[in-house]
Design a protein around this ligand. Structure first.
Ligand code: NDP
Ligand code: 2IT
Length: 448
């Protein structure tokens, strides 16, 4: 039962943000976990914590003009949503995708607030992006776009203010161009972005961190049930940063990834994606910027299915690592029928509300993105620490820290769920634990 306070806020959010369906859903999901917390702590209602936590501290929207290779003038819309800085500088990625709009970025920034709180590190929540489509653009076009984007963004960010990073469409290349332009404009070499190249302030393991962390978290979930990833057949969607390193770590753990995808369809390799095949995918996607269908030209026993997602393939575990709302209730029904035991979200909100209800009902272990994919931003925070100290930790040092952060998130999530009577519910646990730290910090800082 939702408390009257939670109900009122949900109604207000739905009314005030009616065009922003992803944002409204993200708020509903978090707030509907908070009844017990709200009832036990009347101070939150007295201090209007929910009213404040659903409103971004600041949103910047700006014009991004750039010139394509044919000399045409092009204009895109850029955004930065600075959602909550109660526990640290705003922190979150930059998404470059034609679907980007304010509602999607508000949902991502809102999720980021709780995710970043869960990492146990001092980072607030933000997200940015642009409706620019990097597909098919030359390096020169991407550079000119990134420089123009940063020419406006640089006024609003800073190493102690707001520290952007990668997300869909923003990888090492784009971060490099943005960093170069920031440095030129500000005349400062600072840790203003994370996911930087190793020669200019990047951290070892940051590229791997989201995917690796996702797999560490999943192994801990299975360990609670006296099980492990060893020998498990796994479905992965996406073939970008998160998907690639999810596959790599699964292979290292003795699991067998059998699918990967991109926006054109998915490949199914029943013999399993091996280390060699995973290296092929990295080269295909990161260097040649090709399509996943090319995998079946190289590995003849694999099959490519156009315009479909991989959820119809029989497997033990599913790792949606592409985008929001990519796994719906019909997909969930197929997965459950095929004997699925675990879903861990590498992407942000990839499972629809209907899919999550179906997994819950069927007793499938389910890890929401804000817990399971938090290793990426956690390692970004480790990059910020290294930049501040002007030193670099070794690969093993960062990986060990990432592992122990994922363990802590897992434990804190389960503990919060147990404490509020929702034993074993990773969604409730993540929302409660993430919320409490931010809400208490907001309480302590007065009405701001
Ligand atoms: P990338 O751009 O590296 O890869 C995205 C992958 O998903 C590509 O294979 C892409 O296919 C596919 N994809 C993107 N949009 C769609 C779509 N609308 N329909 C079908 N396929 C799509 O992004 P990341 O791997 O960095 O991000 C993936 C997800 O993980 C996102 O939800 C992101 O928010 C989340 N995330 C990322 C973190 C990070 O550190 N990078 C950290 C935590 C979460 P194509 O190439 O054809 O576009
Ligand atoms: O969704 C996410 O957590 C990210 N895209 C990573 C953000 C970051 O600041 O590293």
């Amino acid at each position: 039962m939702e408390s009257l306070y939670v109900k009122r806020i949900l109604n207000e959010v739905a009314e005030k943000n009616s065009g922003e369906k992803e944002f409204v859903r993200a708020v509903e999901e978090v707030l509907s976990s908070l009844d017990g917390v709200i009832q036990l702590n009347p101070k939150f209602e007295q201090s209007a914590i929910l009213e404040r936590i659903v409103e971004p501290e600041r949103v910047v929207i700006f014009r991004v003009p750039w010139q394509d290779d044919n000399g045409n003038f092009r204009v895109n819309r850029g955004f930065r949503v600075q959602f909550n800085s109660a526990i640290g500088p705003y922190k979150g990625g930059i998404r470059l995708h034609p679907s980007v709009n304010l509602g999607i970025l508000k949902f991502l920034a809102f999720e980021q607030v709780f995710k970043n709180s869960l990492t146990t590190l001092p980072i607030g929540g933000g997200k940015g992006g642009c409706d620019f489509d990097p597909h098919g653009k030359s390096d020169g076009e991407v550079m000119r776009f990134c420089q123009s984007f940063m020419t406006e963004l640089f006024r609003h960010i800073g190493p102690d203010t707001d520290v952007p990073a990668g997300d869909i469409g923003t990888g090492a290349r784009e971060i490099g161009f943005m960093f170069g332009q920031y440095k030129r404009l500000s005349n400062e070499f600072t840790g203003v972005l994370t996911g930087k190249g190793l020669t200019y302030g990047g951290s070892l393991i940051r590229p791997e961190a989201t995917g690796y962390g996702l797999v560490y978290f999943s192994e801990q979930m299975l360990n609670v049930k006296n099980d492990s990833l060893e020998g498990k057949r796994c479905l992965i969607s996406g073939s970008g940063n998160v998907a690639q390193f999810c596959a790599e770590k699964l292979i290292q753990m003795g699991a067998v990834p059998v699918t990967m995808s991109d926006s054109s369809g998915f490949i199914y390799d029943k013999e399993g994606i091996t280390e060699e095949k995973s290296a092929f995918i990295k080269e295909l996607k990161n260097v040649r910027r090709g399509r996943i269908s090319e995998y079946v030209k190289e590995y003849k026993n694999a099959v490519f299915t156009a315009n479909k997602r991989p959820w119809g393939v029989k497997a033990d575990c599913a790792f949606p690592c592409a985008t929001q709302n990519e796994l719906d209730e019909n997909d969930a029904a197929d997965l459950i029928k095929n004997g699925l035991i675990l879903v861990a979200e590498g992407a942000n909100m990839p499972s629809t509300h209907g899919a999550i209800s179906a997994f819950k009902k069927a007793g499938v272990l389910f890890a929401p993105g804000k817990a399971a994919n938090a290793g990426g931003v956690a390692t970004s925070a480790l990059e910020m620490s290294q930049n501040s100290m002007r030193l670099s930790w070794t690969r093993d040092e960062v990986d060990e820290k990432l592992k122990s952060i994922m363990e802590r998130i897992h434990e804190n999530t389960l503990n919060a769920a147990r404490e509020y009577g929702q034993e074993g519910d990773y969604i409730a646990g993540a929302n409660i634990a993430g919320f409490l730290k931010v809400a208490n910090a907001m309480m302590a800082q007065g009405l701001v």
